[in-house]
Design a binder for this molecule. Structure first.
Ligand SMILES: O=P(O)(O)OC[C@H]1O[C@H](OP(=O)(O)OP(=O)(O)O)[C@H](O)[C@@H]1O
Ligand SMILES: O=c1cc[nH]c(=O)[nH]1
Ligand SMILES: [Mg+2]
Length: 209
């Protein structure tokens, strides 16, 4: 069964509070999401493999370590996932970036796919699907399916805020996928919004409401 990690780091929790705050405007919201994404990437990359190297310091030769070159791919779900990509790329600049475009139909709450563009070697990359919101889980579920259909083998899911319904769906449909969150909230409301949540992540990031 996929593991669920909720990051309780004080900096992540502090910044998430201001992300949730209805008084936080677009500029600050975007900056905070970027910062939290970077902090989450720090935690998510904890298990990246290292290899031994020797390095010449100004004093002597040291036995040291470098990343062993595991290939990483970031896959933001458009639009809102874009708000987290740059933060992650600050720590993993060599990662390639694919895009999956989905919007959730406001009546049916079902995701509608409108764009998929991925690196050609996704089958050999560790992929991190990125979306601030995991609500019903339909969008993340479809994005993960779109990746698997095209040969992806190793997938993780990174979200800011999740509802229990979304987590359960991903655990059931994709037990191989670990989920990384800044918060696991209480429930969904009648419109499929996460409660207490942070509202519509895409609209708050891009100022479209
Ligand atoms: O778990 P779900 O119930 O599928 O809901 C979550 C999805 O809804 C939001 O996207 P939205 O449809 O608002 O598109 P946007 O990012 O373009 O605003 C959010 O960014 C997720 O992709
Ligand atoms: O709470 C929610 C649910 C879906 N999408 C959002 O942006 N927010
Ligand atoms: Mg939206």
């Amino acid at each position: 069964m996929g593991n669920v990690f909720v990051f309780d780091h004080p900096l992540i929790q502090h910044k998430l509070t201001y992300i949730r705050d209805v008084k936080t405007g677009t500029k600050e919201f975007r900056e905070l999401v970027d910062e939290v994404a970077m902090l989450m990437a720090f935690e998510i990359t904890r298990d990246l493999p290292l290899q031994d190297v020797e390095v010449n310091t100004p004093v002597t030769t040291a036995n040291a370590k470098v990343l062993s070159g595991k290939k990483i791919g970031l896959v933001p779900i458009l639009r809102a996932g874009l708000g987290m990509v740059d933060g992650v790329r600050k720590l993993i600049p060599a990662a390639k970036v694919g895009h999956v475009g989905l919007y959730r139909d406001p009546k049916t709450l079902k995701p509608v796919e409108y764009y998929v563009k991925l690196p050609s070697d996704i089958h050999e990359r560790e992929l991190i699907v990125i979306d601030p919101m995991l609500a019903t889980g339909g969008s993340a579920n479809d994005a993960i399916e779109a990746l698997k259909k095209r040969g992806a083998k190793h997938i993780r899911l990174m979200c800011l805020v999740a509802a229990p319904e979304g987590v359960e769906l991903i655990k059931k449909e994709h037990p191989d996928v670990d989920i990384y969150l800044a918060a696991l909230d209480e429930r969904l409301d009648e419109h499929g919004y996460i409660v207490p949540g942070l509202g519509d992540a895409g609209d708050r990031l891009f100022g479209t409401k």
